[in-house]
Design a protein around this ligand. Sequence first.
Ligand code: FES
Length: 125
Amino acid sequence: MDIYAEIILDHFKNPRQAGLIEHADAIAEDLNPLCGDKVKVSLRIKDGKIAGFGFEGDGCAISVASTSIIGEQLAGLEMEKFLEMSNEEVLEKLGVPISPGRIKCALLGFSCIKKAITVYKHSHA
Ligand code: FES
């Protein structure tokens, strides 16, 4: 098995920050309409920064692993910085090559976190 497949498999089998956090400040759910796979994310936000993250994923290895990999990089990140991030940057951060057919899978967690932060911002504006 190549190193990329191993990274994905490792995060899929042992997702980091698995499980929703209690008393979350922001929560969102998203699904990939192409396959029906789902992800739910929860965030703690403090002083405009991401202070905690947890998720539940019911989906393919790439969607779960990519949410886990992105989640590892969230601590202390300003939510505005996160919202400015492009899909390309996220795919690059994953550090594993993603085939065009799996891009939606790889971005499912990212778009869900974006949704959670956007809703949070609107309710705290
Ligand atoms: Fe459904 Fe990947 S096949 S998110």
